[in-house]
Design a protein around this ligand. Structure first.
Ligand code: PLP
Length: 380
């Protein structure tokens, strides 16, 4: 099997599994318990908080653990809007956000908030000038993702962050796809809230984190005990949290070199396809390394259905996706490609290849041997 769907999820790194193990067994205590087994579990959890904080360049008291990237996005957006509803009613986001952001915004619209969904250019970039233009009386929050999950485009967050700061508007970023792949220090980005998820960075599923800049308050979504600074009730997923900390530590050590490796594998795919003469359209900006995630490649083949190509590749043991995992199987073309102005025909022929730690040059060579053959077969 050749797994090329790392933006959907990643396998758990062996080193992560090893640090999690004891927390299923002898260190199973409830971190809120006063006895030694509980306090040992708490120590593991707090060590992880420090690892996540050092990864993001923030204080550990600014990190809370959640159940997922989705929950972090929900808490950041709904939690912020509800906490500050007396000060405004307007949110600015983009049309290419993950459903966790888009549907949180939709929910707020139902509660009377106004939401501006910014357009993007052909390569999926938000124009920071547009963000500035849309700021109005009552704008409370700007939420723009760091890197897109379907096409890999990196957004100009520093400029947006600067604008947000100048105008005293809170700035959230869904950095689920970016962390562990590109520089994600919160003070470099200039964000006030940042969402991340463990299973996209070789950690376990069902655990995420939210960075909340000191001084910002949120209205909790779950009500119960005083866990996580009263922002997220419920006994913490200690093994998962410990795994997330380790995943962050590994990513920070290996990110730079791994990025170069993935970029060169991605180039190898593109060169292989060009050499073969198979016609394709690029939906990912690849010329400048600053423009997209190193391992993401979204390409369309005219005249074929991405879904059919996915199935044909799967029969050959190669796992890719069409757009996002959440949208696969749906008949509508991706909302991201649609917002980029890509025609319905081209969007339907899109597949996403997302490379990761396990992929080797030999695997990529196999892919560039098989992929053009399948495309030609599907066209004819
Ligand atoms: C995967 C993903 C999420 C959701 O994270 P989960 O932990 O799977 O809930 C949110 N945003 C982006 C950009 C993602 O890629």
């Amino acid at each position: 099997m050749i797994y090329l769907d790392h933006n959907a999820t990643t396998p758990v790194d062996q080193r992560v599994i090893e640090v999690m193990e004891p927390y299923f067994r002898e260190t199973f205590g409830n971190p809120s318990s006063g006895h030694q087994i509980g306090q040992k579990a708490r120590e593991g959890m707090e060590r992880s908080r420090i690892q996540v904080a050092s990864f993001l360049g923030c204080g550990s008291e600014e990190v809370i653990f959640t159940s997922s990237g989705t929950e972090s996005d929900n808490l950041a957006i709904k939690g912020f809007a509800l906490a500050y509803k007396d000060q405004g009613d307007h949110i600015i986001t983009s049309k290419i956000e993950h459903e966790a952001v888009l549907n949180s915004c939709k929910k707020l619209e139902g509660l009377g908030f106004r939401v501006t969904y910014l357009s993007v250019d052909k390569m999926g970039r938000v124009d920071p000038g547009e963000v500035k233009k849309e700021i109005a009386e009552g704008t409370l929050l700007i939420s723009i993702m760091y890197a897109n999950n379907e096409v890999g485009t990196i957004q100009p967050l520093q400029e947006i962050g600067k604008t947000a700061k100048e105008r005293s508007i809170a700035f959230h970023t869904d950095a689920v796809q970016a962390v562990g792949k590109i520089e994600s220090k919160v003070n470099v980005i200039g964000c006030d809230l940042l969402s991340l998820s463990a299973h996209k960075i070789y950690g376990p599923k069902g655990v995420g984190a939210l960075y909340i800049r000191k001084g910002f308050s949120l209205s909790p979504l779950l009500h119960g005990g005083p866990h996580e600074r009263r922002l997220r009730a419920g006994t913490e997923n200690v093994p998962g949290i410990v795994g997330l900390g380790k995943a962050c530590e590994i990513a920070s050590m290996e990110m730079e070199e791994e990025g170069k490796r993935l970029r060169s594998l991605r180039n190898r795919i593109l060169e292989g396809l060009k050499k073969d003469g198979v016609k394709f359209t690029l939906n990912t900006p690849v010329d400048d390394p600053e423009e997209s995630l190193p391992g993401t490649l979204n390409i369309s083949f005219a005249g074929i259905e991405g879904e059919a190509l996915l199935q044909a590749l799967d029969l050959e043991g190669i796992s890719v996706s069409t757009g996002s995992a959440c949208e696969s199987g749906s008949i509508d073309p991706s909302h991201v490609l649609f917002a980029m102005g890509i025609s319905r025909m081209v969007a339907k022929g899109a597949i996403r290849i997302s490379l990761g730690r396990g992929n080797t040059q030999e695997e990529i060579d196999k892919v560039i041997e098989i992929l053009p053959k399948l495309v030609k077969r599907l066209i004819s």
